[in-house]
Design a protein around this ligand. Structure first.
Ligand code: 73E
Length: 827
């Protein structure tokens, strides 16, 4: 029975399941039970890790009853469900959220205290699962949280990377990467199900046979395979007793594969093959937005997608399910192009395995997928060389060719004689090499294509996929991203949450974030503003204590906290932020400005660079070098400081964001698809300085121009300047402040007199500057002056901050999920 359908052949009666009692005593008993019988250790001998693992398992007992009940309820009344396919889930720590979901926080705190254990200490023991790079992975985590909270049936599928995003350290101001061995102290939140393993084939060739009716059958004869072992994670709702499932796949060598080699007597070879198989889920590729086309990456993509479709069709659907009804049962949401190989995989299953005619299979497949695009950068649009796919997945390549053939016939019918268009739209690119454009494949197959913010969806429709939107205007839609208010407000900012609950009268805002609008009225209440400021001050103190403990960094308590945290990427323009800082510094050391005229600010950076992204790593080096110099210059009197704690991750974000005064969202207009950090900051009462890009556009519209610092070119202006021919050095020549800043940066002043050390970044700015930092410099500096003036009026600033919170309830990921349901999933 191993590996077959999990439905038992003999009927057993279900036994009701109940978690431990929700009382302090009940909790303590359950905890000790786990410590003794789960960890096998007595309290007086237990380590913090023992206690953490026992606590995690205890909390899971409370969730488990609801998980099982959710599954039972859903099986009894099956409705259409969401299959969320994502190569990344940037979950963050689990314990706090699990305690919140089970309403156990106080009980656990009190119960543990009776045993002499501090809950906060156990919380900080958890290593966050960093199974994602940045926004895209964190978005997936927010979405599955919201679906659980809304009790929408969803199975989220992904990869259980053994190593997540690398841990960043600094050495001589340069980034070093340390492998993220997140599983090393145990992983209490998961359940492996090896009996539900799925075999995944690779390589080989295809063979054709005809049956007695002359119908052709294709058989894929693969040359190797691996097994996918599912690991289940609970995704708890909030206050609603619903718990969804996240199913992550881990790769293992198949027994047959091993046995064959073992029998040949080559033990070493057998072990090597095992390593080969396990490599597939070994490590997350650390590139965000500029993925390298590595064969192992395609293996990862096909691996998890094949496991997921198989798991759903063979193990989740009833045994006798009529696959013609598949589109009524599930919609597969493709989180960018990473899982797009699912499209030919479903065709293969339907045609080759289940015996459907091509046309009928295509009709089914077309209704089963929806595609979210997260980018506009051409280098981020995945393209797989035909020979790579052909080698790894020969049958899938044939299927893609056939899909393309049929599609191009449709194009020719629709636009007769327009061969240029046919070439433009082909799923197969011919130059610089023959390759499959995954975004086109997705666009041809998907019922809906969405961008992730209003501006992005517009640009996607008009600039990235104009031919497709002309052909199928109704396929295109927008769903603006959102963030979960549970993690990013209720958990990350307990003091503000308490204040909100106090004035709104209850906690309904946690699942109905539009209720934050009830705070509007309090913006004009001086005593509320005072309380709001106290919360911000307390959050700063909490952050500074952490930075002291974690990084040995001292931060001046009263400075404005100006924060730029996100992946290091040229289009995000950390270098523009750096130019602003150097400009301020330069204006003081040159004597053009008195230090007492500077509004005291601490600039905070957090950013990881992809290990192979040279310019990004040089930028990190330069930020650290500038920080070192400025922080040790006594002339600054602490009124200008730059801190760059290493290893920015979800855990650090949860501390940083609630403490921030100013949120830096300064990408070149038209390049940041949405951003989600921007939403988290506004929701926590930081004001934004930003360009008209991504979701900034919508944030500004909602909070109002008086409470947002807009600067820089608009997207059409960017396009126009690009068309005219952008010459960065002309901006340098015409702007004294800019010239002085660039010159100082390039002079070796910050890099121990070594000019070369700064030259990569400085020369690029002067002679290339693909993202037009120099063109936006003046406007940025002026906007920063407006920030200074506004910050000097404490009451007005607080009022703006409160209005930012009150007006950004729209950015709840619950709202995003409602939009997906209305516009895409339930249509
Ligand atoms: O603007 C963000 C967006 O908020 C965008 O850059 C990011 O997705 C976020 C969520 O929608 C994103 N990540 C990637 N592409 N867009 C990406 C691409 C390849 C590998 C990893 C991540």
């Amino acid at each position: 029975l191993l590996g077959t359908r999990s439905t038992p052949t003999h009927a057993l009666a279900a036994v009701p399941v109940e978690g431990p009692p929700l009382t302090v005593d009940g909790f303590v008993e359950a905890f000790l039970q786990e410590l003794h019988f789960g960890q096998g250790v007595q309290l007086d001998r237990s380590t913090v890790n023992d206690q953490y693992l026992a606590l995690a398992r205890t909390v899971m007992h409370y969730m488990m009853a609801e998980w099982l009940e959710t599954g039972r309820r859903r099986r009894a009344e099956p409705t259409k469900m969401i299959g969320y396919l994502s190569a990344e889930y940037l979950l963050g720590r689990q314990l706090g959220n699990a305690l919140l979901a089970t309403e156990l926080t106080e009980v656990a705190e009190e119960g543990l205290a009776t045993l002499g254990i501090d809950l906060a200490t156990l919380r900080s023991q958890e290593i966050e699962p960093g199974l994602g790079n940045g926004g895209l992975g964190r978005l997936a985590a927010c979405f599955i949280d919201s679906l659980a909270v809304m009790d929408v049936p969803c199975i989220a599928y992904g990869i259980r990377y053994e190593y997540g995003i690398f841990r960043q350290t600094f050495f001589n101001n340069r980034q070093l990467e340390v492998p993220d061995n997140w599983l090393r102290l145990g992983s209490p939140w998961e359940f492996p199900h090896p009996e539900r393993a799925v075999q995944v084939d690779f390589g080989g060739h295809t063979e054709r046979t005809s049956d007695e009716n002359g119908r052709e059958h294709v058989q894929w004869v693969p040359s190797w395979n691996v097994q996918g072992i599912p690991y289940h994670y609970m995704v708890p709702g909030y206050d609603n007793k619903a718990v969804n499932t996240l199913r992550l796949w881990s790769a293992q060598a198949t027994d047959a594969f091993n046995l064959q080699i073992f029998n040949s007597g080559d033990h070493a070879e057998a072990v090597r093959s095992q390593t080969f198989a396990e490599n597939i889920s070994k490590v997350l590729y650390p590139e965000d937005s500029t993925p390298q086309g590595r064969e192992l990456r395609l293996q990862q993509q096909y691996f998890f997608v094949a496991c997921s479709l198989h798991d759903y069709i063979e193990h989740t659907l009833p045994a006798d399910f009529d696959l013609r009804k598949l589109p009524d049962q599930i919609i597969w949401q493709l989180n960018d192009t990473h899982p797009v190989i699912a499209i030919p995989e479903l065709m293969r299953i339907l045609v080759d395995v289940k015996g459907f005619e091509w046309a009928e299979a295509w009709d089914i497949t077309k209704r089963c997928f929806a595609y979210t695009c997260h980018t506009l950068l051409p280098e981020a649009l995945e393209v797989w060389p035909v020979d790579v796919i052909g080698r790894l997945l020969p049958r899938h390549l044939e299927i893609i060719f056939r899909i393309n053939e049929d599609f191009l016939i449709e194009v020719r019918e629709r636009f007769p004689g327009d061969e240029l268009r046919v070439r433009r739209m082909s799923i197969i690119a011919e130059h610089p090499e023959r390759a499959v454009r995954m975004a086109y494949l997705a666009s041809v197959a998907a019922t809906k294509i969405n961008g992730v913010a209003a501006l992005h969806s517009e640009l996607l429709r008009d600039k990235v996929l104009p031919d497709f939107s002309e052909m199928w205007p109704d396929k295109f839609t927008n769903v603006t991203n959102g963030v979960t208010p549970r993690r990013f407000l209720r958990l990350a900012n307990p003091k503000l949450s308490e204040l909100i609950t106090e004035v709104l009268g209850d906690e309904r805002w946690v699942t109905d974030l539009d209720r934050l609008s009830g705070l509007e009225a309090y913006a004009d209440d001086a005593s509320f503003r005072e309380k709001f400021r106290q919360v911000k001050a307390a959050n700063k103190t909490r952050l500074f204590e952490l930075l002291k403990r974690r990084d040995g960094i001292d931060v001046a308590p009263d400075n404005m906290l100006d924060v730029m945290v996100k992946r290091l990427h040229e289009y995000k323009r950390q270098s523009l932020k750096l130019l602003h800082i150097v400009h301020l510094y330069e204006s003081v050391v040159s004597g053009r400005r008195d230090i007492s005229d500077i509004v005291p600010r601490t600039f905070v950076f957090g950013a990881k660079a992809a290990p192979g992204y040279h310019m990004a790593k040089e930028t990190i080096f330069l930020i650290n070098s500038v920080a070192e110099k400025i922080n040790s210059d006594s002339r600054m009197q602490g009124r200008l400081a730059v801190v760059f704690p290493a290893n920015y991750n979800v855990t650090l974000a949860e501390r940083l964001i609630p403490a921030a005064d100013l949120s830096e969202q300064i990408s070149l207009a038209g390049k940041e698809a949405s951003g989600t950090g921007n939403m988290k900051f506004a929701l926590n009462g930081a004001l934004t300085i930003g360009t008209d890009d991504g979701a900034n556009v919508e944030i500004r519209k909602l909070v109002g121009d008086d409470h947002f610092f807009l600067f820089g070119m608009s997207e059409p202006e960017v396009a126009e300047l690009g068309a005219r021919g952008y010459v960065p050095s002309s901006f340098y020549e015409q702007n004294e402040d800019l010239r002085r800043a660039v010159d100082l940066l390039g002079s070796g002043e910050f890099t121990g007199s070594n000019r070369d050390a700064a030259s990569t970044v400085v020369n690029d700015l002067l002679w290339n500057d693909r993202f037009m930092a120099l063109a936006d410099f003046q406007s940025y500096v002026e906007a920063q002056a407006r920030v200074d003036a506004a910050y000097a009026d404490t009451e007005a600033w607080t009022r703006s901050a409160i209005l930012n919170v009150a007006r950004t309830g729209f950015f709840s990921s619950d709202r995003s999920m409602r939009d997906y349901l209305d516009r895409i999933w339930l249509r």
